[in-house]
Write a protein that binds this ligand. Structure first.
Ligand code: FES
Length: 123
């Protein structure tokens, strides 16, 4: 029987690859759902609070002519008279005119909106 051409190599120790952090499959079945729930929960809470701040789902106009794709009012300046007060908070029952509803809106939301007042210099 012929001997091998080279002497056998000494047995080398196996390299140890470890970050010091190990997680089992059983732990993964708990960690993954908790992580997903945390991400989804954070997203839903942030969506809820962004909706609360701006009314409903980011809409400013909650009630005025909602069937129209765009609410537009136009006035001839000659017809305004000496003074006109227009709503900018979209809460007025007399929209587009201000009825003072902005005060309640500001109190409830911490907002600071008010009307647009157009008047002649003398008025
Ligand atoms: S009611 Fe809207 S600004 Fe006054």
């Amino acid at each position: 029987m012929a001997s091998p051409p080279f002497p056998p190599l000494p047995t080398l120790p196996k390299p140890v690859v470890s970050s010091g952090f190990r997680i089992s499959k059983e732990q993964l079945t708990t960690v993954i759902p908790v992580a997903v729930a945390a991400v989804v929960g954070t997203y839903l809470v942030s969506r809820y609070f962004s909706g609360v701040r701006s009314g409903s789902k980011g809409q400013i106009n909650l009630t005025v002519n909602k069937v129209s794709p765009k609410v537009v009012h136009s006035f001839d300046i000659e017809d305004i008279g000496t003074k006109a007060v227009y709503c900018r908070c979209w809460r007025s029952k007399k929209f587009p005119y201000c009825d003072g509803s902005h005060a309640k809106h500001n109190e409830e939301t911490g907002d600071n909106v008010g009307p647009l007042i157009i008047k002649k210099k003398d008025a």
